[in-house]
Ligand binder design. Sequence first.
Ligand SMILES: NC(=O)c1ccc[n+]([C@@H]2O[C@H](COP(=O)([O-])OP(=O)(O)OC[C@H]3O[C@@H](n4cnc5c(N)ncnc54)[C@H](OP(=O)(O)O)[C@@H]3O)[C@@H](O)[C@H]2O)c1
Length: 307
Amino acid sequence: MTSFLAFSTIPTLGFSSSSSSFSRASFPSRLNSLSLNHRSKLCKSVVKCNYAEVGVKDGFKSTTIDVVADVKTERVVVLGGSGFVGSAICKAAVSKGIEVTSLSRSGRPSYPGSWIDQVTWIQGDVFYTNWDEVLFGATAVVSTIGGFGSEEQMQRINGEANIVAVNAAKEFGIPKFILISVHDYNLPSFVLSSGYFTGKRKAESEVLSKYPNSGVVLRPALIYGRRRVDGFEIPLDLIGEPAERILRAIENFTKPLSSLPASDLLLAPPVSVDDLALAAVNAVTDDDCFGVFTIEQIKEAAAKVKV
Ligand SMILES: NC(=O)c1ccc[n+]([C@@H]2O[C@H](COP(=O)([O-])OP(=O)(O)OC[C@H]3O[C@@H](n4cnc5c(N)ncnc54)[C@H](OP(=O)(O)O)[C@@H]3O)[C@@H](O)[C@H]2O)c1
């Protein structure tokens, strides 16, 4: 992720001072030939410094060396960063040194947390927000927006809200869009035609058509972890974690049942909110990661960035 290119490597005397400057003209052509997408993710600085080894006599002339540091600075915008999944994504991204901005109608969460202070919280609604303020400098957008309600509400929040966001991100030239969608549970078509699922699939199509080479759709089943509701934590992990372990242990035996309609309501392994968050972070940082991710692939993607 970080590399250093020395223009001149004549180590001489007296570690004295260093100063930073930004100069496109002094970048080697390798950097200038990078794709726009890649370049927008690099923070390039030329560092001039003089230094010397301890014990070397005075009288030697110090020589300036220029070092170009390609520091990949990611800045992710999490839509719904105050929610159950969104907050896990913000926390995981912060822990990986990624700059994070969240947009949600409620804004900054009221509970404490050191990671919370490291997120820029914007209060707003995707339908009415000032995208200039939200997307400025972003290298990726992750949308966790979605939910239940009437047919109309589900179409609007799962579908239209995300479509608006994808188009705003595309217009602003944000290189990557990641959507938290949902597994289809092998449900019969009359259930899949509900506003929740049709909204999700419309949003997915928008991501994949506007971002054919960098869009990511994560399709988890039930997500477990500690969900905060009105100041209380609901420990969904007490059920979710053992359920995931058991279902994974018996999946070879249950596979034949997966062709039965709705069988995945019982058989699809739940996904830890932390794994889902890491899979989203992996999608942000890995330029080769795009397309639709199943439950199994979410787990694999999370493992890539787990320490
Ligand atoms: N939880 C699960 O088991 C599960 C399983 C599979 C898939 N999913 C999907 O995963 C995603 C996240 O789920 P979750 O459980 O984390 O939901 P959540 O806790 O309700 O979070 C949704 C977030 O979206 C924000 N939001 C909603 N409408 C908005 C709007 N118009 N403008 C700006 N922000 C808005 C909410 O904040 P405000 O209300 O403050 O705006 C909240 O921060 C959803 O798309 C859901 O369908 C969830």
